[in-house]
Ligand binder design. Structure first.
Ligand code: SF4
Ligand code: SF4
Length: 373
């Protein structure tokens, strides 16, 4: 049987519209009862990258989670919500509060789980050792709820990349440091995807992020929700909707090579909205994607003048030092409460961009890169 990806229209974050679209989405995949039985615990793993309000488009919208909670409760399931963002050691409360998840938990009875305090379980994949949030394995069912966004390092973040947040604490920085190359880092992401194995992935693509995501890109109204039991197939379809070439996104390409899911669009059965109708023709991809098209001889010749790297909007910066503390290679030094980056050290992991509570770290392109792109 062909792998199925379901797509539904949902133009705005209006509660009744989101509820209706999620209902349709699940019905095309057999209904929530296919995945959740009475009395089971279900972990929802949203994208809680930054402590930002839902209208900033950085995190999974609470209405999408609420629609799922509503479905799960109808069949007698109990809901947990958990994630571990990179700046979490400063306290998870502000993430829960600002993203609207605290309020969501209050009105639905869902339980917010702090991965940092809930213990870990060791797993090994391809000789690499991970300590994943124990909650992931305590739950009977895991539903992955990513957001459709671009990413300066991995080009795209969706089903596979979203599960990186099941690694609590400083491990996330450690793997960035050990595997700075996007291809190698994508293998790490796939290791984690392989360990977690969510039963279902539901993607919030009502408002997506284009340009230089995942924290400070531009918002894009895509008006879609996607679902599949195969997160790789879902990413394959999302990549096509955004305008990436087949196999351009490393996680999606490598997932196929590792047999972790379907990444051949010809073998994916689309239910609901046809792909041609769903595709966004003017989706703005990240600058790093454009650098891939730079003539190789030119990169060799003038490579050090062609770059995209993190930079700080000084007027937004409060001097809190979170970026410096999160940098896996200690490339940021706080001088008189001003972050100063050593670009010879920087591995372009974007942890500073993701963790800055003020959205003050953006991705800057060199003059030459801007001239050519
Ligand atoms: S750039 Fe952001 S994280 Fe870094 S010191 Fe300024 S406000 Fe804090
Ligand atoms: S400066 Fe930012 S992008 Fe560079 S290594 Fe540090 S956290 Fe990563």
């Amino acid at each position: 049987m062909a792998t199925e990806v379901s797509i539904q229209h949902c133009p705005v974050y209006k509660k009744d519209l989101v509820f209706e679209a999620i209902d349709q989405l699940l019905k095309t995949l057999g209904g929530i009862e296919t995945y959740v039985n009475k009395g089971q615990t279900v972990l929802l793993k949203p994208n809680m990258l930054s402590a930002k309000s839902p209208d900033m488009g950085v995190t999974t919208h609470p209405f999408v989670l609420e629609a799922l909670i509503n479905q799960i409760k109808k069949v007698g399931g109990e809901v947990w919500i958990g994630d571990s963002p990179s700046g979490v050691w400063k306290g998870i409360q502000r993430y829960w509060k600002n993203t609207g998840f605290l309020n969501l938990a209050d009105r639905t009875g869902a339980k917010l789980v702090n991965f940092e305090a809930d213990g870990t379980v060791e797993r090994q994949v391809a000789g690499r050792k991970y300590h994943l949030a124990k909650t992931v394995f305590d739950a009977d069912v895991v539903i992955n709820v990513p957001k459709m966004k671009t990413h300066g390092l991995t080009l795209y973040t969706g089903a596979v990349k979203n599960l990186y947040g099941t690694l609590p604490g400083f491990q996330k920085a450690k793997y960035h440091k050990e595997f700075p190359n996007p291809t190698d880092f994508s293998q790490v992401l796939l290791d984690i995807y392989e360990c977690v194995q969510p039963a279902l992935t539901i993607m919030d693509a009502i408002t997506a992020m284009e340009g230089n995501g995942p924290a400070t890109g531009d918002l894009k109204d895509v008006g879609l929700l996607l679902a599949s039991t195969d997160g790789v197939a879902l990413d394959t379809v999302a990549n096509a909707i955004m305008g990436f070439k087949q196999n351009e996104v490393p996680t999606t390409r490598l997932a196929g090579e590792r047999g972790l899911g379907e990444n051949n669009p010809q073998k994916i059965l689309i239910k609901g909205v046809p792909l041609l109708e769903a595709a966004v023709n003017d989706f703005n991809l990240p600058s790093t994607h454009l650098l891939n098209y730079f003539p190789k001889f030119l990169v060799k010749w003038v490579g050090r003048f062609i770059w995209v790297r993190p930079s700080v909007y000084t007027e937004k910066c409060t001097g809190c030092g979170v970026c410096s503390d999160c940098c896996p290679v200690d490339a940021i030094e706080m001088k008189n409460r001003v972050p100063v980056t050593d670009y010879d050290q920087c591995i372009n992991c974007l942890c500073c961009n993701e963790s800055c509570p003020e959205g003050a770290v953006y991705q800057k392109m060199s003059w030459l890169a801007r001239r050519f792109i």
